[in-house]
Write a protein that binds this ligand. Sequence first.
Ligand SMILES: C[S@@+](CC[C@H](N)C(=O)[O-])C[C@H]1O[C@@H](n2cnc3c(N)ncnc32)[C@H](O)[C@@H]1O
Length: 216
Amino acid sequence: MSDDTLSQANIQRFNDVAATWDDKPGRLAMARHVAAAMLKRLAPAGGGRMLEFGCGTGLITALLAPSFHQVVAMDSAPGMLAVLERKIEELPLKNVETFEGDLSQTLPEGAFDAIVSSMTLHHVADVPGLLKRLYGHLSPGGQVALADLDAEDGSFHGDKPGIAHNGFERDDIRRWLEAAGFANIDFDTAYTMEKIGEDGVLRQFPIFLVSAQREQ
Ligand SMILES: C[S@@+](CC[C@H](N)C(=O)[O-])C[C@H]1O[C@@H](n2cnc3c(N)ncnc32)[C@H](O)[C@@H]1O
């Protein structure tokens, strides 16, 4: 499936679920664990500029924002960003700005000290190409911290549209990061999600966090 077809399917799907996205306790627990694993691997001492792509309603954005000077939270679904924009007003999150865009086409301008994302890579067809583009948007010494599903049998999403990958083999991610120029590549298991599939079977889905660094 092309990135364009995937993008359209995802914009529609995530606009439809935006209002109730934060209602699932499992999602909040995953965001807490993934954000904590990201902060352990990132070196945000003194702040810096951070990009989160596929930020959704900002579950992770809100947890990471206090550790950075400036945060750009990017997503392609305006409905998800509208939920985050309410949080920016209400919490408030004064150092967070939103950016609506399809990351297979565009990324926000300027260099970032950290680029993070959770559960979004599996929506992108050309992950090796995206990793190369992310490298070009990092400051020297800047880091990525990317979380997603370990390779699974497809039962995590069932027949939901907009899925490009049934998780990832860690060796593939490592190879793609190395090809993009990254060093200091480390993997953690940030969380294990338990989910009942459409067949009624309870399964465990480990979520990896990979961190990697652009050369100084
Ligand atoms: C599974 S949700 C994860 C949201 C959030 N990171 C979280 O953990 O709650 C995936 C998010 O990626 C966004 N997304 C999917 N494809 C995208 C693309 N091509 N460009 C930008 N955002 C995209 C969706 O709109 C959605 O908000």
